[in-house]
Design a protein around this ligand. Sequence first.
Ligand code: WT7
Length: 686
Amino acid sequence: MRFQAPASVAFPVVALHNRATDTVDSAFIEEPMNELTLDSMLQEHRLFEPAQDFIHRARINAQRLTALQDKANTDHEGFWAEQARNELSWHTPFTRILDSSQAPHYRWFDDGVLNVSHNCLDRHLASRGDKTAIIFEGEQGDTRHISYRELHQQVCRFANALKAQGIGQGDRVILYMPMVPEAVIAMQACVRIGAIHSVVFGGFSAEALKDRIEDAGARMVITADGGHRGGKVIELKAATDLALSRSTLKVDKVIVLQRTGKAVGMQPGRDLWWHDAIRDQPDRCEPAWVGAEHPLFLLYTSGSTGKPKGIQHASAGYLLGAIITMRWVFDIRDDDIFWCTADVGWITGHSYVAYGPLACGATMLMYEGAPTVPDAGRFWAVCARHRATIFYTAPTAIRALMKFGDEIPARHDLSSLRLLGTVGEPINPEAWMWYHRVIGHERCPIVDTWWQTETGAIMIAPLPGAVATKPGSCTLPLPGIVADVVDQNGDTITEPDQGGFLVIKKPWPSMLRTVWGDEERYRKTYWGEFGGRYYLAGDSARRDADGYVWIMGRIDDVLNVSGHRLGTMEVESALVAHPRVAEAAVVGRPDEITGEAIFAYVVLKGPRPAGGIDKALTEELRRWVTSEIGAIARPSDIRYADNLPKTRSGKIMRRLLRAIARGEAITQDTSTLENEAILDQLQGKA
Ligand code: WT7
């Protein structure tokens, strides 16, 4: 069980997504979820007040927070305009704040002109040129310190190299990179010239990469000969070659960073080495001055259908969100060493690695590899070695490292830490307490930050010098973020601890602008309920008597595996693409480390294996899904059945499958099943 002693809250949920357009068989369309039962956490009563000395030094104390909130509540747009004037360097200042005329395509500060890379680099040169921007540590122990001046030069050289290869404003560039400074350099170089990057997580497969290259209509891929992870070399160039050989779209160029020295094939005319591309390029590059709404990047994320969506962010609003949350939530100061462990392939690695820290002129840490190399103390060793002051990671990592006990962190000097953070999924109170005690030495506040790829920046989180925390709650919405929990009519739920839909009631600057190439999906997914008035997060939540928000889980068919989103449909599509699979249904089951694990029910084209067991096939299907999507989507359980349980109208009884996967008692009416015997098969009894 994810949480101790969960109490169930019955909560009516309407079907939120029209799945009729899905690419997979219509048999996969789920029954409307109208009596979905949501697990509510054990009532948590512990309250942790920030320490006096933290409050003393904090950017924002309770009094300042109240002032910010008052301002935001009385004049939402004026509040954000003031932040945008104070925090961003404009080439041409904006005169318009929010344009809602094309709602739900909101536009912020849209007559302003700026460049995001200029905001992250150039504006610090005079005051912080020699300050370290990036401290990098490779998995094998190699380290680099890059100053703001050096980073600026490298970004400029690479930006010039991109231009020399014919990349210009609005072109899409795919990045498929290891966690090395060059990933950030490539991102910054793209935005410097107005090109739109789309980073694909290095753990995704060639097939997933191909889909994103095609969907984005990319002209270039930037990759590496490999990256070090878990003591192995991840062969990114080989996967890129495979993706491009399958892609219907031919990219013009592939730039390859030499990271591991591993031999790779280079296709003449198409492929060139990073070091050759930047040779002779000047280290100055005038930024492309673009409108505030110029698309900054695309980042693909899973939804309820088989096809990931390209979330599109806009330049000024996105950067403002990243900056303001660095200040409010992370209390960032000039002497901090900020470490967010997320890979640049996720939104967290965009906002809190590639953009937010640099835009604030901070020093940040970047680590290439796995947390368990050479042992489970690597994170703590990195913190100690580089004197990290702020550490931000995912609950899944905390739970995994907690398993190794208290002695490993105790071997490392963690006295530099002053603030801890989590993101990606609800943190269970046990892991929270361990983080607090063993890593934070009961001295560091913990900021549990709720947000999404779509929101661009943290939305609900404590301000560490102003808000007392409760283990498992992301606490209160930030100033200017009008989050609410509503019922199916869109009315605010005032009763404490009643579950409902988490919505955002007013536009905010760092919100997504659209789904790339799929306007309809943008409207339906995020604005399809409540008459299009509210942004639908896709999460359920409750508020306690103090107004604190507790995230309860997704309300759609999206799984959260290790803090990362995966659509059940995506995994099902991958499974049915295997020649031996006729049908598949995927659900999540709670997992101690990863939060949720993938449980797949499979119907084969041929006969069901004797006794429901075929180890070789199970391994093959696992490998298959890994190669179709990536290791993150690998099913932990696969069960074979003669058919899947369906309602009379032919819809898969997913709630039944979920109950079976969780080992719960079956309460659903199974009398409509054609063949009740398959229940035994699904339960692994026959
Ligand atoms: C989904 C967004 C934003 C970066 C990481 C994931 C879940 C995120 C929390 C949290 C409870 C959380 C939600 C959300 N989630 N943070 N602090 N507490 N749940 O980004 O892949 O876009 O996923 O992650 O379900 O909707 P993402």
